[in-house]
Design a protein around this ligand. Structure first.
Ligand SMILES: Cc1cc2nc3c(=O)[nH]c(=O)nc-3n(C[C@H](O)[C@H](O)[C@H](O)COP(=O)(O)OP(=O)(O)OC[C@H]3O[C@@H](n4cnc5c(N)ncnc54)[C@H](O)[C@@H]3O)c2cc1C
Length: 647
């Protein structure tokens, strides 16, 4: 198997100079590709969610030739469309004290000081351009009466900097990016390949030269050769089986690239979102997010006494515990997600949870409705309230919503340097698929910002530097008939055939559900060394059972969703192992990674900056081998390292 060993020590290629000048300086120093040469360059972009669509459109607009793939039937169905609440930007339209520096600071602090400063600063800097770009595309952001763009607040910030389009922000942003993409498809600069799934990366002479993909309708394997490959394939929260992600979201593209030499950064940093509809049954396959924006006006509470089974309306004010407002008076219901999630779990563990099984807390709008009127609340959150009622059969205008934390987002992903290039030269990774700018905990409304920053502004500048070097070195030939492509295609075919040949007794889903439950229990909201050790014993056994007893029905030469799922679950079964290994090695608590053994006297996450102020970047060492750990030390020059406090 051809794979690349990483160049060590890891070089994040952070530009010199003061933090506020780094991006400007980088843009000046990055090499350019002249317009005539751009026409000779082909880039393969895998993914057409916000990150992939914005990147493909921008690269084509610059003059590059682009092949863009997605596994859905249209780019408009990418998981990005589900994003509800909003997108952050340091515009300071509210004149409430926001600035690029404050957004940068909030993001680094919110991520519990486990993100790379230079990247986060650039993200905050570029955030304002994103809003301009999207407004120019016609994205219908909410507006004030006078016509200016409206904002609301999200967790982890004391300013209002979140731009939104009702509860459909992702959908509207994606339609904007899709229009830009469609324009380039029409111009012949982007070839769009829907229902086409990347199944492996091709590496030749130490760099990424293309991919092998499967046409999900005909089963045909296809080779895509490119001067560079961009993965914008989203997050891997579905490794937990139950999550708020779209059912199709998966890790296959990044996992296969990992096995070809791309290091995996902080795999255990997963986000558990506090405001989701509680699990309602054993056979549920999906969880639903109630947007964090609801925490602007909703108040979170549980009964003061254990086992209080009265209806919410029957519990008098004095017998309610608004526990976030009590414990964190400064941020109240707007504390970051990791903190709000753990606090919800804690009150439920004490026996004060509400609803079936006691796994729920109230999100109550009664005060807001009294203060603002029902019409205003309907205007702000109408579609979310309707969604809640349709799923639970309860009217949230009349009784509080019940919510509970659920797996939602993955901060971990493929390690990338400042140029968004992985440890495989020529392989770039964008959006949720990279280990990104969010450290150990992402703040609400920052994922859309990052995906679009990567696609519209960062990659279009940095990829040229790599391509210019490639061209000046004369390495411009594309050869999909090469031996490297042949080997990779053979490997893909054999794997498909192997999955189809097992014909065991269990469905793919039963394995996925078992893995998910194990990860949720041992590597979820709270983790211990003992639990993680147990998971690391159990996962290889589960993997073995999968490869000997899974039943994938049908054949390989047509549409076969069971086969698609089987390939993705096989990858999750390997990734699950890495998640636990990473969580076990990180002997500290930070952000979404909470190790029971490491907490403050008040029960909050206790970091160990001496021992763990680094990005853990894991190298695949082969089947059955222990992965190798590499470290990127994190330097904090602009932000003072401190114990996070939202009190
Ligand atoms: C319910 C929900 C609500 C959210 N709300 C917000 C919010 O309000 N604000 C915010 O900032 N963030 C929000 N997020 C997070 C945010 O939506 C995501 O992080 C973001 O949309 C990811 O964008 P992406 O482009 O990286 O990936 P995606 O949108 O997941 O796109 C991935 C693309 O890759 C393609 N793909 C994947 N694998 C392959 C393969 N092997 N071969 C071919 N194609 C492949 C897919 O087809 C798709 O086109 C929310 C998340 C959820 C789950």
């Amino acid at each position: 198997m051809s794979a690349v060993r990483p160049a060590l020590p890891l070089d994040a290629r952070i530009p010199e100079g003061p933090i506020e000048k780094k991006w400007e300086r980088a843009k000046f120093e990055l090499k350019l590709v002249n317009p005539a040469n751009k026409r000779k360059v082909r880039v393969v972009v895998v993914g057409s969610g916000l990150a992939g669509a914005s990147a493909s459109a921008s690269l084509a607009e610059l003059g590059y030739d682009v092949d863009c793939l997605c596994f859905q039937d249209s780019p408009r169905r990418a998981h990005s469309i589900a994003a509800q609440g909003g997108i952050n930007a340091a515009k300071n339209y509210q004149n409430d004290g926001d600035s690029v520096y404050r957004l940068f600071y909030d993001t680094v602090k919110g991520g519990d000081f486990r993100a790379r400063e230079a990247n986060v600063y650039r993200l905050a800097e570029v955030s304002a351009n994103i809003i301009d770009q999207c407004v120019a595309q016609g994205v219908p952001f909410a507006r004030e009466y006078g016509g200016t763009l409206a904002n609301r607040s999200f967790g982890g910030a004391q300013v209002s900097r979140t731009f939104y389009a009702r509860g459909q922000t992702g959908q509207q942003l994606l339609l904007g990016a899709y229009q830009a993409l469609a324009r380039q498809v029409d111009a012949g600069k982007v070839r769009m390949w829907p229902r086409t799934e990347m199944l492996d990366l091709v590496v030749e002479d130490g760099r990424a030269v293309g991919i092998v993909a499967r046409d999900l309708v005909t089963g045909e394997l296809r080779r895509f050769a490119g001067h560079a490959v961009v993965l914008a394939t989203g997050g891997y929260a579905n490794v937990f089986y139950l999550s708020t992600n779209a059912k199709g979201s998966n890790a296959t593209a990044i996992w296969r690239a990992h096995k070809r030499g791309a290091l995996f950064g902080n795999p255990c940093f997963t986000q558990i979102h506090p405001t989701c509809i509680p699990v309602s049954g054993e056979y549920q396959s999906k969880l639903t997010l109630m947007s964090e924006s609801l925490r602007n006006d909703g108040r979170i509470w549980v009964p003061r006494s254990k086992g209080d089974s009265r209806r919410a309306a029957e519990i008098p004010e004095g017998e309610r515990d608004y526990y976030l407002e009590r414990r964190y008076p400064t941020f109240g219901n707007l504390v970051p997600r990791d903190i709000a999630s753990r606090a919800a779990k804690a009150v439920c563990d004490e026996g004060r949870g509400v609803g079936p099984g006691g796994l729920g807390v109230y999100l109550d709008f009664a005060d807001a409705i009294r203060r603002l009127g029902r019409a205003k609340i309907e205007e702000r959150y109408g579609n979310l309230f309707e969604m809640y009622e349709r799923i639970t059969g309860e009217d949230p205008y009349a009784a509080p919503m019940r919510i509970y934390p659920a797996v939602h987002y993955t901060m971990g992903g493929l390690w990338v340097d400042y140029h968004l290039m992985s440890t495989i030269p020529g392989l770039f990774v964008l959006g949720e698929a990279n280990f990104s700018d969010h450290g150990a905990n992402r703040l609400g409304a920052s994922a859309l910002m990052q995906g679009l920053a990567d696609g519209y502004f960062v990659l279009p500048a940095t990829i040229g530097h790599y391509l210019a070097g490639l061209m000046s070195g004369g390495a411009t030939r594309l050869d999909p008939e090469s031996a490297a492509f042949g080997d990779v295609e053979r490997g893909v075919r054999e794997r498909v055939e192997r999955l189809l040949s097992i014909r065991g007794k269990r469905t793919v889903d039963t394995f996925h559900r078992e893995l998910g439950r194990l990860l949720w229990e041992k590597c979820g909201m709270r983790r211990t060394a003992a639990g993680l050790g147990e998971a690391l014993d159990e996962i290889p056994r589960l993997r073995e059972r999968f490869w000997s007893d899974v039943n994938v029905l049908g054949g390989g030469d047509g549409l076969n969703q069971s086969l698609e799922k089987a390939g993705r679950v096989a990858d999750f079964l390997e990734l699950g192992d890495l998640l636990c290994r990473d969580a076990l090695h990180r002997e500290e608590s930070c952000g979404g990674h909470f190790r029971e053994e490491h907490r403050t006297a008040e029960g909050e996450a206790l970091r160990d900056d001496e021992g763990f102020r680094y990005v853990a970047a894991w190298e695949w060492a082969g089947d059955g081998e222990e992965p190798r750990l590499h470290k990127e030390a994190l330097e904090f020059e602009s932000v003072h390292l401190a114990q996070r406090s939202y009190k």
